[in-house]
Ligand binder design. Sequence first.
Ligand code: PGA
Length: 249
Amino acid sequence: MRTQIVAGNWKMNKNLEETEVLLSELSAKLPDTNAEVIVAPTFVNLPLAVNHLQNSVIQVAAQNMHFAESGAYTGEISADMLLNIGVETVILGHSERRAYFGEDDALLTQKVDAALAKNMRVIFCFGEELGERKSGGHFEVVENQLKNAIFHLEKEQWKNIILAYEPVWAIGTGETATPEQAQEMHAFIRKTIEEAYDEEVAAGVTILYGGSVKPGNAEEIFSKPDVDGGLIGGASLKCDDFTTIIKAI
Ligand code: PGA
């Protein structure tokens, strides 16, 4: 059985006090679940989150990191800095990083390698844009994103990889892929991994769906056999919405 995960990507939201409030609410109301629950607050609030969740099953992830160990990279954060405060999981390749900060496959390869070299877990995000889906190029785009950034990894490194398929047209737009579209793409991703590696890697990797997952649609999306959970943006900022989504899995 693959690990099921519900992860909340808080993006650039919640100040210190608001972070504390949401963490307290989540700790108090966390439903019983076999799924792993992860939250990814902004960098400045990571130490607070780690301390706050010390006795909780909720894990903490960073939203990004730099590939270098240290040095003259103003404004950046390294894997060692994250590990030093107890953060062992990092989201890489989010479409907002790709679109607004110019992160491409080559850069993401360096980041993935740097994180895995430190034994961190990577939530690797990818997905097609609207035009690419409309023209029918979405499978090819997704295959290339995977091939270019992570198919150089050794088989055993895949135990630290979590995939998050996030069609760009569904992120923060209120537009969700249908459960059938999600399942179709997740099955394609698994088949592509099986061809590049083997059945064991393909069957073992957790593939999350992301893009306007809400309390009202989570259950149907999560019911699909190749969807192993979700990466949740907007709906992870409200305790009730996020816990309802956790219950849906
Ligand atoms: P959304 O964001 O749930 O607000 O669409 C998902 C994401 O960006 O990970």
